[in-house]
Write a protein that binds this ligand. Sequence first.
Ligand code: TA6
Length: 292
Amino acid sequence: TKDWNGIDQVVLRNPQGASARLTWRSSHTSWRNDRGEELLFTSSKAIFKPPKAMRGGIPICFPQFGNCVSLEQHGFARNKVWTIDENPPPLHHNDSHGKSFVDLLLKPSEEDLKFWPHSFEFRLRVSLGADGKLTLISRIRNINSKPFSFSFAYHTYLSVSDISEVRIEGLETLDYLDNLFKRERFTEQGDAITFESEVDRVYLSSPNVIAVLDHERKRTYVIRKEGLPDTVVWNPWEKKSRAMLDFGDEEYKQMLCVDGSAIEKPITLKPGEEWTGRLELTVVPSSFCSEG
Ligand code: TA6
């Protein structure tokens, strides 16, 4: 592995001209289709300065999603400098054939071990398929420490044209924990989720395929996940947007977080055990029926 001091980002490209760009903090700053259109949201006020997490892209929340006493909000992984892993363990043929990919590695520093005393290896493979599909595969292994538990999320900021014209299909009838009501448990009604105000929920035992339909741009994000039973849905809306320094007052209209995650039931690893969380993002044109 070599550290990234000399490289402030990695760019993956496919022959069709699509690209994915990662900063040295493993979070993406960009995922573009073959027409150069930006598919991930990054705030115009994002702060690219440790330890502030970047507002946008796909920050990785590990070893903790949300708040907890000894760790910063959403854990330390998204604030660390990762290294390029040049000797990754072999992955399935499908995860590299015909793809542009990079392997990243995060291991705890002495400092990290003071706050979270578990030795782990976190290997992240990011790949861009010939069809523009963005795939993230996280493999977290317990390296001969005592068993430990963690929660996890790919904090995915999707770029949308107008949040009031966006709906999510695939989360109907599920239970969810509502962060706006002290994480109380509710049940989603039977139709697609639309947005008229702040939403901050963790949908439980969600399906492995979720669709986010952006009406105005006539395109749908298809989110496929494995090992990630829960789905976070977050839009801060106007009041929260004004309270965030690294977020424009009106930017809530152009973003939606839909995060493949494992939150309700933290993952426990015994020494030598490994967990894999896989996320695939594609964008397909969606023909909307005339009734809108
Ligand atoms: O997406 C759920 C959430 O926990 C929200 O409550 C909000 O805090 C958001 O994450 C962003 O968190 P951050 O630490 O990136 O500002």
